[in-house]
Design a protein around this ligand. Structure first.
Ligand SMILES: [Zn+2]
Length: 144
């Protein structure tokens, strides 16, 4: 066993924790990136609409689909981020529930599994974001 192996052994606990922190930061960075792209696409849609007076519906639809793709990506990454923190967020009441539970302890709703077919369907509260600018904040009174 070399010096490096010993070092790795001794610091495994610490490095595991550092790994989740860096994974979490990585996800946050990616989410922020997607959110910024969405803001850019919204700007693009606005420009196109202004220029074409909405006649080029197909081009707008492509952009809107792009936004939904990125929102699904964000949804998945937010879910992974919560997983690193050790909890799920109830889709009905936003309660934070231990990730091992299948149902919400507050409202009883079933907690979606990332493998579920309908997991990637977008809901109004998927608009909000915790990181950047709350551009998509569905409820302006809620403190995220
Ligand atoms: Zn709930």
């Amino acid at each position: 066993m070399g010096i490096l192996d010993k070092f790795n052994d001794a610091s495994r606990g610490v490095s595991e924790k550092a790994k989740s922190i860096s994974e979490a930061n990585n996800l946050k960075r990616k989410i922020l990136y997607e959110e910024e792209r969405i803001v850019e696409i919204f700007t693009d849609i606005g420009k196109k609409y202004y220029k074409e007076h909405g006649e080029d519906v197909e081009a707008l639809k492509v952009l809107c689909d792009d936004i939904d793709t990125r929102r699904r990506r964000i949804k998945k990454m937010r879910y992974e981020l919560n997983g690193i923190r050790g909890y799920k967020v109830c889709p009905k009441c936003d309660a934070e529930v231990n990730e091992r539970f299948q149902f919400c302890g507050r409202c009883g709703a079933r907690l979606p599994d990332i493998e579920d077919e309908d997991f990637m369907s977008l809901e109004p509260n998927d608009y909000y974001t915790e990181s950047s600018n709350n551009f998509f904040n569905a409820d302006p009174n809620k403190n995220y």
